[in-house]
Ligand binder design. Structure first.
Ligand SMILES: [Zn+2]
Length: 255
């Protein structure tokens, strides 16, 4: 089996204009935790054509009006696309990217999100004919409305938000989600860490992220040639954010 690769660009640590809580520190602490343990891959920026797979022209133009933000947001989309392609080729991947994306709908955005990284990456794989059915599991504290809105009504992409507020129910729901429904060609995770015990959600233990990663890895190995990737969404408790991400990534690596 291929070892997991981390998709990362130094520009993700730029201080572009956004809410102060969505800080460059977030990526820095995770990078420091993963560096030396995993191979890092540098992505290219996504093209306008890629971004328009999901977003309206006016939404694209609005973000483009902020030079630095647009540069980093395009690299975040490119990072998600790279992670998705690695996964499709059989290399599990973690997109250590920012800004996050799951609150970006086709024509609007909020919650520190600008372009919907995971939606664009998955839609691109489908348009390229590489996959036919994808499961997107969103484990962030907040409901991924942008991803939901884009794929709503589609039967080739199933978006499951795990919203259970109690630990055991949360993990049980993860299992149910992975066991239910038809086979998938790939599993993608919108990986927010804000449901962590010391973060805003106050629910999950650090080791729970490893458990989630392991379950996804096992399911992917048994049903879709091991194709799996995760990308960073939320997570704001800086002291443990790196270790939480490491926990998920370690789980995703195992099978
Ligand atoms: Zn969140």
């Amino acid at each position: 089996m291929q070892p997991l690769e981390v998709v990362y660009h130094p520009k993700y640590e730029e201080d572009y204009p956004t809410a102060s809580v969505e800080s460059p520190e977030r990526v820095r602490v995770i990078r420091q935790e993963l560096e030396g343990n995993f191979n890092f891959v540098i992505p290219e920026a996504a093209s306008e054509e890629d971004i328009l797979l999901v977003h309206t022209h006016s939404s694209f133009q609005e973000v483009k009006g902020h030079t630095l933000l647009f540069e980093v947001a395009s690299l975040a989309v490119g990072g998600a696309i790279k992670a998705a392609h690695l996964a499709w080729e059989g290399t599990p991947a973690f997109g250590l990217i920012r800004p996050p994306g799951h609150h970006a709908s086709p024509g609007s955005h909020w919650g520190f999100c600008f372009f919907n990284n995971i939606a664009i990456a998955v839609e691109k794989l489908i348009r390229e004919g590489k996959v036919e059915r994808v499961l997107i599991m969103d484990i962030d504290l907040h409901f991924g409305d942008g991803t939901h809105n884009f794929f709503q009504g589609r039967n080739d992409v199933v978006v499951e938000n795990i919203q259970e507020e109690e630990r055991n129910s949360f993990l049980h729901r993860v299992d149910e989600t992975l066991e239910s429904s038809l086979p998938y060609d790939l599993i993608a995770i919108s990986a927010g860490f804000d449901r962590y015990r010391l973060d805003w959600g106050g629910t999950l233990e650090m080791d729970d992220y490893r458990i989630v990663g392991e379950r996804v890895a096992e399911k992917a190995m048994s049903s879709c040639h091991g194709r799996r990737f995760a990308i960073l969404e939320g997570g704001y408790y800086i002291p443990d954010l790196g270790k939480n991400a490491r926990s998920l990534v370690d789980g995703l690596t195992e099978s």
